[in-house]
Write a protein that binds this ligand. Structure first.
Ligand SMILES: Cc1cc2nc3c(=O)[nH]c(=O)nc-3n(C[C@H](O)[C@H](O)[C@H](O)COP(=O)(O)OP(=O)(O)OC[C@H]3O[C@@H](n4cnc5c(N)ncnc54)[C@H](O)[C@@H]3O)c2cc1C
Length: 397
């Protein structure tokens, strides 16, 4: 058993960890990133960053790096109300961004390393000891190590073990929906626009998001009452057939498409901890809050976490105080995002007699005036979220 000491150790080397590690290392912190995977592969994860998340990437100094290496700007988006220019209509005046998730992970880990962070791949964290002198227990090739950190950052994703080891309580808002995705080539759709269409009658949502290299991610969210789970190559034909039912345009998009990655399906709903800092351990990204993939907020929230924690750590010398400051802010922006996406689900997707009545009131008014739809998904959790916003959206005002 050997021992070493760092300012900051991240458990995981995904988007959240690498963005924070790079930002802290370039300001002189001694940073270690521990990532269990030696090579990233397609796990069917996010590739579309909304304009408010793009603004966070710019703040973190990684937007240019991503655009140079692997990302494409998507100025247009269609939520079923027709093409919308995001640069002209969001407060950030920025486009959406799309990339292959594994290529983004490789790019940002390399950027963290170039900024001075130490990156260890093929190393698994097997436990932590929270406290005034937090310790990470890591293992690779039959050797284990105790690593001392001023702060442990748990960035180990939706199944975070670190969250459990540190004693956080996971809150759950499970939704009766599944969300399936697959990577395609040969999709006949605009390359500068992300398309997300809800079909309220079916309770479904479909999305097509172009990536560079002629690739596109296709998603289908549907109620758990459907008699299938879209998982594995033999379900691809069913995936295409069910997606075309959401809107005929998807049938045209995928007429000549072929899959180039796994088809996988995930549970809907939000999972989070309140106040994601305690005892020398901060949770960021999906470890702090796994947001429902149907609404594409996860990476924007993850980038927000990295930026807010960075700013708190750089603001003073007491990192315990900084951890609590970060956690207080996290509670506010995550809960706003959570509320806004729940409203979306209640108006556009929920399957119940009450939801049908709700839609009878809301949808005709929305068709007349699109400004009734809150814009948190594209414009961020700071958008107004009071009763008047809700009543306009639900057609009660
Ligand atoms: C189907 C689906 C579609 C999505 N689509 C979108 C989208 O379009 N837009 C969007 O914004 N978000 C989307 N998301 C959410 C997005 O993928 C996540 O929010 C984001 O990847 C979270 O990043 P992270 O760094 O917190 O975690 P991860 O990307 O999960 O990274 C965690 C890392 O930690 C490593 N790790 C785990 N345990 C250990 C350990 N013990 N030791 C060492 N390493 C460890 C893992 O190998 C992994 O690399 C989607 C999610 C799903 C499931």
């Amino acid at each position: 058993m050997t021992a070493s000491r760092y300012d900051l150790v991240t458990v995981g080397g995904g988007l959240g960890a690498s963005a924070l590690a790079r930002a802290m290392a370039e300001r002189g912190a001694k940073v270690l990133v521990i990532e269990q995977e030696r090579r990233f592969r397609d796990r069917v994860r996010g590739e579309y960053v909304c304009p408010w998340g793009v603004a966070e990437a710019r703040e973190l100094g990684i937007l240019e790096i991503l655009c140079r290496a692997c990302a494409s700007e998507l100025p247009w988006a269609d939520l079923g109300f027709g093409p919308r220019n995001l640069v002209e209509t969001t407060p950030q005046q920025l486009p959406g961004l799309s990339f292959s998730h594994p290529e983004m992970q490789e790019t940002l880990l390399a950027a963290a390393e170039a900024a001075g962070a130490e990156v260890r791949r093929g190393v698994t964290v097997q436990g932590i000891e929270p406290g005034e002198q937090p310790v990470v227990l890591a293992a690779a090739d039959g050797r284990s190590e105790r690593i001392f950190a001023r702060l442990i950052v748990a960035a180990d994703g939706r199944g975070s073990q670190t969250r459990k080891w540190a004693g956080f309580i996971l809150k759950k808002n499970i939704q009766p929906f599944l969300f399936a995705g697959v990577l395609l080539t040969g999709v006949a759709a605009r390359r500068d626009m992300a398309v997300f269409i809800f079909n309220s009658d079916l309770g479904s949502v479909a999305a097509a998001i172009p990536q560079n290299g002629g690739r596109s991610r296709a998603y289908l969210g549907h109620p758990t009452t459907a008699a299938y789970r879209l998982q594995g190559p033999e379900k691809l034909g069913l995936f295409f057939a069910e997606t075309a039912k959401v809107a005929p345009m998807f049938g045209e998009f995928y007429a000549k498409a072929a899959s180039i990655g796994p088809l996988a399906s995930f549970d809907g709903g939000d999972f989070w901890v309140n106040h994601p800092y305690r005892n020398g351990v901060a949770l960021i990204g999906d470890a702090a809050a796994t947001s429902d993939p149907s609404f594409g907020q996860g990476m924007s929230l993850t980038l927000r976490d990295a930026r807010v924690l960075r700013d708190a750590l750089l603001a003073g010398t007491d990192w315990d105080v900084a951890g609590h400051r970060y956690a207080e802010q996290h509670d506010v922006y995550f809960q706003n995002s959570h509320t806004a996406t729940l409203w979306f689900r209640q108006v556009f997707q929920e399957q119940s007699p009450e939801a049908a009545l709700r839609r009878q009131k809301a949808l005709p008014l929305i068709a007349e005036d699109l400004t009734r739809v809150p814009d948190h998904i594209f414009s961020g959790p700071e958008m107004p979220l009071d009763d008047s916003v809700r009543s306009r959206f639900f057609g009660e005002a």
